[in-house]
Design a protein around this ligand. Structure first.
Ligand code: SF4
Ligand code: SF4
Length: 439
């Protein structure tokens, strides 16, 4: 698995602060350096938020190099358009991209793609038997990975819709025949990873991924030469997807039978709690669940430039035209029939590496893991460089750690060695013993 997270070894102090933040126990600190187990990482970005040394960063492509090799097509995440001061309307941002660098964005295609996915989501809900509801949004790739890793029994609830970002790039290629590379400006490691290792399709049509922050900062540094005449954006419904609840709000326009019953949560903890409740069957009479692992939605993504609170304010005040024109409706219905919105393949659970080569060895190692775990103090202190005592027990069984990596076990071992040495020191060879030694 590709994580979208980069480790800067020279900066890491081995302080273990990051290991507790990881929801899937993917981080280890060994020999003073942080490691990420790629099969476990869901690219949520929590470790980047926690690391005070900034030893963890986004594994993005170099925007400067991409620009130097021509004018890339920019597939900018909805959050990108609200990262600038309040006087920067989305159309002004587009003008600046074109005016400063000659870079085109795909806002028109995004308008269509997000309408299409909102429409397809509603149709999927209508076609799903009530006992299999709610369906879960597939917009946040970190959420998909979280479900694959920790809630595999909920995979059947995932709505089979492709990411609208991917669809926008596809539409651009299909409609304009433009085969130039497309670069995603992503707000998070999850969307960067989505480009390199998509879920539900073999490959992504997007070729590169950079952070929203990098493009925003470079654009601001270059100055805002707004000379190009870019038409104002008619449809800005899709930009609301950057905010928790934006997707559900958009979908409400397409519901044919009755008002949709949706739940929208953001933040890792809230999302995990909600998925737990869903797993326990507590969420009755809900049609759709929209989870975003970042606080407030994608505007809380670690790869953004702007304060999420200011971006939230801007999004709230963005003038919206929720009703679709007859022309927009027709386009969406036609594209729906084409099936372009559908994921190409089912989303599979994330397999943890088996403990052994075969079932018998795995069972034996599991037994050993349990007995090692029983011996550990269950304090989950993190001093061993593992996020929990259970993770250490697993690493010991896999041969990646020693029991004495646990400071308490090390202390016990030293105490027993010291006792042994003290006892040994009292030993006198038989030849040197006197009668008084024997007495
Ligand atoms: S990005 Fe998230 S899942 Fe991956 S190592 Fe960091 S905290 Fe863990
Ligand atoms: S909520 Fe949005 S920004 Fe955060 S991980 Fe999910 S897709 Fe990325």
């Amino acid at each position: 698995m590709i994580s979208g997270v980069k480790i800067l070894d020279s900066v890491c102090k081995g302080c273990v602060n990051c290991i507790k933040s990881c929801p899937t126990e993917a981080i280890r600190v060994v020999d003073g350096l942080v490691h990420i187990i790629p099969e476990l990482c869901i690219s949520c970005g929590e470790c980047l938020r926690t690391c005070r040394e900034k030893a963890l960063g986004l594994d993005e492509d170099d925007w400067g190099v991409l620009r130097a090799y021509g004018s890339p097509i920019l597939l900018a995440d909805p959050t990108f358009y609200v990262q600038f001061g309040s006087y920067w309307r989305p159309s002004l941002v587009r003008e600046a991209l074109l005016g400063v660098w000659g870079v085109e964005d795909l806002a028109e295609e995004m308008s269509v793609a997000f309408d299409l996915v909102a429409y397809a989501n509603c149709r999927a809900i209508e076609e799903t038997p009530p006992d299999r509801l709610p369906l879960i949004s597939t917009y946040c790739p970190a959420m998909i990975r979280l479900i694959r890793a920790r809630f595999p029994e909920l995979l059947g609830h995932l709505i089979p819709s492709e990411s609208p970002l991917e669809i926008a790039a596809l539409l651009h290629r299909k409609n304009k025949g433009d085969v130039r590379p497309v670069t995603l400006a992503a707000p998070c490691p999850a969307k960067i990873a989505m480009v390199r290792e998509p879920v539900g399709r073999e490959t992504s049509i997007v070729t590169h991924a950079v952070s929203v922050r990098r493009v925003v900062r470079d654009l601001l540094a270059a100055g805002s030469r707004v000379e190009q005449d870019v038409p104002a954006l008619e449809n800005k419904r899709w930009i609301l997807w950057g905010l928790r609840g934006g997707e559900s709000r958009h979908m409400a326009q397409f519901s044919r039978r009755r008002p949709l019953r949706t739940l929208a949560v953001s933040g890792l903890r809230n999302s995990i709690d909600l998925l737990r409740e869903l797993e326990l069957g507590r969420l009755q009479n809900i049609d759709f669940v929209e989870c975003r692992v970042c606080d407030l939605g994608c505007i809380g993504g670690i790869g953004n430039a702007e304060s999420r609170f200011l971006a939230h304010l801007r999004l709230k005040n963005l003038p919206q035209k929720w009703r679709l024109s007859p022309e927009e409706k027709r386009t969406v219905e036609e594209l729906y029939e084409s099936g372009i919105w559908r994921l190409e393949k089912a989303v599979e659970p994330l397999e943890r590496l088996p403990l052994g080569e075969d079932l018998a060895e795995s069972m034996a190692k599991l037994k050993r893991l349990k007995s090692i775990y029983a011996e550990l103090p269950h304090l989950d202190c993190g001093a061993c460089g593992r996020p929990s005592c259970h993770a250490l027990a697993e690493d010991v069984v896999r041969g990646d750690a020693e029991m004495t990596d646990c400071v308490f076990k090390l202390r016990d071992r030293i105490a027993s060695l010291a006792e042994e040495i003290t006892n040994l020191s009292k030993n006198v060879p038989h030849t040197l013993r006197t009668r008084s030694d024997e007495r």
